[in-house]
Design a protein around this ligand. Structure first.
Ligand code: SF4
Length: 249
C-alpha cells in the first residue's frame, strides 16, 4: 500500500500517530512506504531501538548505515550483533571517494582542518545519493538531543533530502530509550561503558568528562554539533566547489 507523498497530510498523520508511540509510527511507515522506506542507523541507542521495533514489524525492512571508513571496531562488532539478533541485513552506504582518494584530492586528515567538508563528502553526499531512490526514511532523532532537533515531528517533510522523514522517537527521553534497551536486552556499543555517550567516526569522537554535555565528545574544539544529515545544514560547505562526479546533490 504505497502512498504518494503528495496525497499525505504529514502534519495530520504526525499529530495522530505521536500519542500512539514509536511502534505505531513505524507500523504506519512500513505499511505506507514498503520498499521505498529505509531505516537509518548510526548504531547509537536510538538507532538500535528503531531497528528492534522495525524488525519486529518486518525483518526484511531496508536498513542502512553510512560507511565512512572511519568507524570504531566496537561499532562493527555491534553491527554484526544486531544483524544476528534481529535478523536484519544492515546495508553499508559508501562515499564516492575512498579515504586515499579523499586524501589525494583534499589533503590527508581532512577532518582536522575542515570537518564540514569531510562530513559532506563522507556522510551527506552518500546519504543524498542513497535516499534519492526512496520516498521516506527513519531516523533516531529526539527533540531533547539538540536545539536544532527541538521541533522534530514523528512524521515530517525533509526539505534537505527531498523525502518524508520519520522520527519515531522524537518525543522520547534518553531514559525511555535506555529502558527499552534494558527491557529487551538489546546489544549496545561497548564504548558507552568507557565514557562515550555519542559515537561517530574515530577521529571526531572522544570520551566526555562527568557533567559534560553528552554530545561534547563529538567534533570537540570545532563548535560543530551536527554532521549535516539532519539539521538541513548539509549544503556544500561555503567556499568549496563540488568537483565533477563527486557527490552531486
Ligand atoms: S565525523 Fe569526522 S571523520 Fe567522520 S565524516 Fe565527519 S569530519 Fe569526517
Amino acid at each position: 500500500m504505497n502512498h504518494s507523498n503528495a496525497t499525505i497530510n504529514l502534519t495530520a498523520v504526525a499529530r495522530k500517530l505521536e500519542p500512539q508511540g514509536p511502534a505505531a509510527v513505524l507500523q504506519w511507515a512500513i505499511a505506507a512506504y514498503g520498499s521505498d522506506l529505509a531505516v537509518a542507523t548510526g548504531f547509537g541507542p536510538e538507532g538500535i531501538v528503531n531497528l528492534h521495533l522495525a524488525s519486529q514489524i518486518d525483518p526484511g525492512v531496508n536498513v542502512f548505515y553510512i560507511e565512512t571508513g572511519l568507524l570504531f571496531a566496537e561499532t562493527y562488532t555491534l553491527r554484526d550483533q544486531l544483524q544476528a539478533r534481529l535478523g536484519v541485513t544492515i546495508e553499508a552506504v559508501y562515499p564516492e571517494l575512498t579515504l586515499p582518494q579523499q586524501a589525494a584530492r583534499h589533503g590527508s586528515n581532512l577532518w582536522q582542518c575542515d570537518p564540514d567538508m569531510c562530513c559532506f563528502l563522507r556522510k551527506v553526499a552518500p546519504l543524498r545519493r542513497y535516499l534519492a531512490g526512496k520516498q521516506a526514511w527513519v531516523t533516531g532523532i529526539r527533540r531533547e538531543q539538540t536545539p536544532a532537533r527541538a521541533a522534530a515531528q514523528v512524521v515530517e517533510w525533509d526539505e534537505a533530502n527531498g523525502l518524508v522523514k520519520i522520527n519515531p522517537l522524537a518525543a522520547w527521553s534518553a531514559a525511555q530509550v535506555w529502558e527499552h534497551i534494558r527491557q529487551h536486552k538489546l546489544p549496545v556499543n561497548l564504548l558507552h561503558r568507557h565514557g562515550y555517550p555519542s559515537i561517530g567516526c574515530r577521529p571526531c569522537t572522544r570520551a566526555v568528562r562527568p557533567g559534560e554535555d553528552p554530545r561534547a565528545g563529538r567534533w570537540a574544539g570545532f563548535g560543530k554539533t551536527e554532521c549535516g544529515l539532519h539539521a538541513g545544514n548539509g549544503r556544500f560547505p561555503k567556499g568549496h566547489k563540488l568537483p565533477v562526479g563527486e557527490g552531486s546533490v
